[in-house]
Design a binder for this molecule. Sequence first.
Ligand code: FES
Ligand code: FES
Length: 154
Amino acid sequence: MASYSFKVNGKEVAVEAEPDMPILWVLRDLLDLTGTKYGCGVNTCGACTILINNRSVRACQTPVRACSGQDLTTIEGLGKDALHPIQEAWEKFSVPQCGYCQAGQMMAFAGLLSQVKKPTKDQVNSVMSQNLCRCGTYHRIEKAIDHVLSNLPA
Ligand code: FES
Ligand code: FES
């Protein structure tokens, strides 16, 4: 066991954990932030996507030791005081079916937007095609993304 401190959704947190414990378990089991989901555990589905320093990462593949001193954002912190425009668009187009994959979908898109101000269709596809949805909500995800992109400030 060792102590690790980092920021989650703007707040400093400190945890005691085994160095190799995936940050997914730290978030869910130690910090009670259960919006981030466990899907495959092997870097395939993207259900566990969070942001570290505004870049999307797979929380099931990221050990807590790699998070020391970093700035993490989960779906709970995406919108800060109100819904984030991505969450509003997801709601507007009733994107979720079972909902299980959707936090990861939104965080993957948020990660892209924080790196590229106006991503092209190809850039969106190359990021979003890495997140799976067992319910097949891809067409609604696409509509919500198009809506966000068409409402970005010039
Ligand atoms: S749970 Fe992390 S990629 Fe599937
Ligand atoms: S909404 Fe059910 S897995 Fe995506």
